[in-house]
Design a protein around this ligand. Structure first.
Ligand SMILES: CC(C)(COP(=O)(O)OP(=O)(O)OC[C@H]1O[C@@H](n2cnc3c(N)ncnc32)[C@H](O)[C@@H]1OP(=O)(O)O)[C@@H](O)C(=O)NCCC(=O)NCCS
Length: 150
């Protein structure tokens, strides 16, 4: 089997995997996130040969009160390849690039599915507040990235 290759991706490349894992399939448009159509996200993927097997995206967002930050979204690994470190390696690559990027909006955070909380904790994210429900998806917890120096 080929060695995994981690590199930047386009939204077109990651959409089928994001749709399968996070939207249960269906029309690819349903897997679009705000900013995708305007080309505002930064996407990363893990490839095994020609096959994309994991993806993640970062978006600069502005809160209602005008505060800029970076939201991590769309973290997904193909079901048959989980728990082999691919998602973790991808997340670390995206975090490293984000930390080194001049002008990147800080902090970086995500709304983690409850089941994925231990995964993010292992990568230096910390939970904030109480879990909340995303109708149709389930419980989530907002988590903030503490940075590589912590
Ligand atoms: C979360 C996810 C991206 C991790 O990818 P991965 O390639 O398995 O990552 P790693 O191998 O580096 O880490 C494995 C850890 O992920 C977590 N994990 C495993 N399966 C999971 C699942 N179905 N859902 C959420 N987290 C899971 C576990 O903590 C696991 O640790 P373990 O192997 O010690 O049990 C992947 O499990 C996934 O796509 N889950 C479904 C979609 C999802 O929940 N995405 C996150 C949205 S916030």
């Amino acid at each position: 089997m080929s060695l995994p290759e981690i590199r930047r991706a386009t939204v077109e490349e990651i959409l089928p995997l994001r749709s399968e894992v996070l939207r249960g399939g269906g029309p690819l448009e349903r897997a679009l996130l705000p900013g995708d159509e305007e080309g505002l996200g930064v996407h990363w993927g893990v490839w095994l040969g020609d096959l994309l097997v994991a993806c993640v995206s970062l978006y600069e967002v502005t809160s209602d009160s005008g505060v800029r930050s970076t939201q991590l979204r769309g973290m997904a690994t193909a079901p048959n390849l989980r728990s082999q470190g691919l998602g973790g390696a991808l997340l670390e690559a995206a975090l490293r690039e984000w930390e080194g990027r001049e002008g990147a909006a800080r902090p970086l955070w995500c709304n983690a599915r409850i089941r994925a909380v231990p995964f993010y904790e292992r990568h230096r994210f910390v939970g904030e507040g109480e879990p909340f429900d995303f109708p149709g998806v389930g419980e989530h917890l907002r988590m903030t990235y503490l940075g590589s120096s912590s």
